[in-house]
Design a protein around this ligand. Structure first.
Ligand SMILES: Nc1ncnc2c1ncn2[C@@H]1O[C@H](COP(=O)(O)OP(=O)(O)O)[C@@H](O)[C@H]1O
Ligand SMILES: [Mg+2]
Length: 291
C-alpha cells in the first residue's frame, strides 16, 4: 500500500499569547499566526530575542504555562492532532517520539539522580545490563570522554557542555522522529558547539530524524540547516533555503537582509561598525500594534 507523505510536524496559524502582568499592560501576543511544516530535514528558526521562537517550541511540546493561550488551525505531529492531547499522552510523546533540548540543559536534568539513571529511564524492555550497555554506547556517541564516569555522576559534577551532551544522549536514546533544539549551543564554546552540531546532524541523517533548530545566530542556522524561517514580532517574515541565506541571494525581506548585514562573519573582510538593524512596524501586520 502506498503511504501518503505526512510531514512530521504541521503547524498552521499558530497563535500564542500570555496574559497581562503587572509590568505589562495588555496581553502579550508572542506568536501571531505562524504556519510551517517540518519533514525529514533540518529546519531552522531564526530571529532576535523575544520574537516568539521558544513559544512555538513550547506550544508544539505542550510545555507552555497554563496561563498561556494557544490557538491553531492545525498543530499536528505525524498527522495526529496535538492540541486535543491530554498531559499523559504529551508526556509519552516527549519521552519517546518528540525530543526536546532546552537552552539550559543543566536545569533540565534532575539534580538528585545520576546521569546514567536518567538516561536509563528512557530505555524500556531491556535488562539492567543491556540498558547500561546501551547508555554507555550513547554517551560514547555524544563524545563523552569517560562514559563510565558520566554514568555515575550527578549533573552538578559535570561541565555545562557535558550536561548538554548528556541531554542530547537522553533525547536521542528512544530514537525520536523529531528533535526540537532551542538554542542548544548558545552556552557552549565554539569548538564544542561545532562538535555537537555535527553530532546532531549525523544522527539526524542516520536515523532520518527531523530537526527543528532554534537560534538567534544567523550564521549558525545558515550553515547547519536545510531551510530557515525568519521570525520577527511573532510572525514568520520569510522562509528560505539555507544556501540562499548563506549566499545572500535569496533573502528578499528587508528584515532578513538587515539581519544578514548585522551578522559579522557572513561577510568576510567587513570593516567598521556593524549597521543598526532597522525595523518597520508594518511588518507586524495592519491593525496590530507591537506587544
Ligand atoms: N511565560 C511567559 N509569560 C509572559 N510572557 C512571556 C512568557 N514567555 C515568553 N513571554 C513573552 O513572549 C514573547 C516571546 O518570547 P519567546 O517565545 O521566549 O521568544 P524568543 O524565544 O524568540 O526569545 C516575549 O515578549 C516574551 O517576553
Ligand atoms: Mg527563546
Amino acid at each position: 500500500m502506498k503511504k501518503k507523505k505526512t510531514p512530521l510536524l504541521a503547524v498552521e496559524d499558530l497563535r500564542v499569547s500570555y496574559p497581562a502582568s503587572h509590568s505589562r499592560r495588555g496581553e502579550v501576543k508572542a506568536v501571531r499566526g505562524v504556519s510551517f511544516t517540518v519533514g525529514h530535514e533540518k529546519v531552522g528558526i531564526v530571529g532576535e530575542s523575544g520574537s516568539g521562537k521558544s513559544s512555538i517550541a513550547r506550544a508544539v511540546l505542550g510545555l507552555l504555562p497554563p496561563s498561556a493561550r494557544v490557538e491553531a488551525k492545525r498543530l499536528a505531529f505525524k498527522g495526529r492532532d496535538l492540541l486535543g492531547r491530554n498531559e499523559k499522552h504529551m508526556r509519552y510523546l516527549r519521552g519517546k517520539r518528540l525530543g526536546f533540548i532546552p537552552q539550559d540543559a543543566r536545569m533540565a536534568l534532575n539534580p538528585v539522580m545520576t546521569v546514567g539513571a536518567q538516561i536509563a529511564e528512557t530505555c524500556s524492555g531491556l535488562t539492567r545490563r543491556e540498558t547500561r550497555e546501551r547508555v554507555l554506547e550513547m554517551l560514547d556517541a555524544v563524545r563523552m570522554d569517560d562514559p563510565e564516569r558520566v554514568w555515575s555522576a550527578y549533573p552538578h559534577q559535570l561541565s555545562g557542555g557535558m550536561c548538554q551532551r548528556a541531554m542530547i544522549a537522553m533525547m536521542l536514546m528512544p530514537g525520536p522522529d523529531l528533535l526540537i533544539a532551542d538554542e542548544p549551543s548558545s552556552a557552549l564554546d565554539a569548538q564544542l558547539r561545532g562538535e555537537i552540531l555535527r553530532l546532531m546532524e549525523g544522527l539526524a541523517r542516520e536515523r532520518g530524524m527531523g530537526l527543528l533548530f532554534i537560534s538567534h545566530d544567523m550564521n549558525l542556522v545558515g550553515s547547519f540547516c536545510d531551510r530557515v524561517l525568519v521570525m520577527y514580532g511573532g510572525r514568520i517574515l520569510e522562509s528560505l533555503a539555507a544556501r540562499d541565506l548563506v549566499s545572500q541571494t535569496g533573502a528578499s525581506h528587508p528584515y532578513t537582509r538587515g539581519l544578514l548585514a548585522c551578522a559579522p562573519h557572513l561577510r568576510e573582510g567587513r570593516k567598521g561598525n556593524l549597521p543598526v538593524l532597522e525595523r518597520d512596524p508594518a511588518w507586524l501586520g495592519e491593525g496590530e500594534s507591537s506587544p
